[in-house]
Design a protein around this ligand. Structure first.
Ligand SMILES: *Cc1c(COP(=O)(O)O)cnc(C)c1O
Length: 314
């Protein structure tokens, strides 16, 4: 994969090749690092890209930094503007992924205990086409690994260290022939996948674990609950989900910035519905893609225009 032309690092936009660190800096610097995964979607008719829920992502970035005790040297407003500038500089006229990362700066050594609160910040962007409506579907299993809980490593924020938990579960699932693991929390209820939340449909209701069930507080999850309730008129429930409820669900899907909506068609080889993408999942995918691209005018406050249209005119 070829990289974008520019990235932003510690206060300046620079050529991708120029942003280098010494090899001894890797290791402990990422233990307390946090990041955001954000997407922007290209609208051909508008000749514009729209960033999905940018203020919400940047608010979570700020909260994540606070939680891992990193000092915020740059304001959230400044970082938000920086992201839009970077996308314009890279002239991304396509669907993209945007990743701001805050890590513990201050050089090599020191281990994890002599921590400094000084943050290094990196923002990079890369092409990432949507897989919504492409027919992608997954076979899931219930993992033998337990999802981290709030007094172990806070699951609600995107801390790099948290992903070791999801990585172990994914490796196990893949070796055993499944696409994606579902992790149970320490209450032995369904929490989420390794990098995405999970929802199921039972008797026409959309059901997903609550924000205190050891899940990441997903912005996509929140958007889909709103779409289901307001645009589709569905009953939505946020509540603990038993493992065996997943087995008899009519439909299920993963959701998140990376996962978007990814249909799950079996859990532990129990087929859900007829084994195809279910009707409610399919409807949600339709509306969600339209809202993301701005071809559907609903939820305009979720779309931040990048300013590529003006750039083309100038
Ligand atoms: C990023 C992430 C999600 C999805 O969150 P969004 O805000 O929708 O992108 C869910 N679970 C985990 C573990 C994640 O890292």
């Amino acid at each position: 994969m070829s990289n974008s032309k520019y990235l932003w690092w510690n206060g300046s936009q620079m050529p991708w090749e120029d942003a280098t660190i010494h090899v001894t800096d890797i290791g402990w610097s990422t233990v307390g690092a946090i990041f955001e995964g954000i997407r922007a979607y290209w609208n051909e008719d508008d000749q514009e890209a729209y960033v999905f829920r940018l203020p919400e992502h940047m608010k979570r970035f700020e909260q994540s930094m606070k939680l891992v005790r990193l000092e915020q040297e740059y304001s959230t407003e400044m970082l938000t503007e920086t992201i839009l500038e970077l996308i314009r500089a890279n002239e991304h006229r396509e669907d993209i992924y945007i990743r701001p990362l805050a890590y513990r700066a201050g050089g090599a050594g020191g281990g994890f205990s002599s921590f400094s609160s000084k943050a290094g910040i990196l923002i990079d962007t890369s092409p990432r086409p949507t897989h919504l409506k492409t027919g992608k579907k997954q076979d899931a299993c219930v993992s033998s690994w337990t999802r981290i809980s709030d007094n172990v490593m806070p699951p609600r924020v995107k801390n790099i260290s948290n992903y070791r938990n999801g990585q172990l579960a994914t490796m196990e699932a893949n070796i055993n022939g499944y696409d994606v693991p579902l992790l149970l929390n320490d209450q032995r209820k369904i929490a989420e996948g390794p990098g995405a939340c999970v929802m199921m449909v039972r008797d026409g209701k959309l059901i997903t674990p609550g924000v205190t069930d050891s899940i990441l507080e997903s912005i996509t999850r929140d958007a889909i609950l709103q779409i289901a309730r307001d645009d589709l008129g569905l009953v939505v429930e946020e509540r603990p989900i038993d493992r065996t409820e997943m087995y008899i669900a009519d439909e299920a899907f993963m959701c998140g910035t990376a996962a978007e909506i990814t249909p799950v068609v079996s859990v532990d080889r129990y087929q859900l519905g007829d084994g195809n993408v279910g009707p409610i999942t399919s409807q949600l995918e339709d509306i969600f893609l339209g809202v993301l691209r701005g071809t559907d005018s609903r939820h305009p406050d979720w779309r931040t225009p990048v300013g590529l249209k003006q750039l083309a005119k100038a």
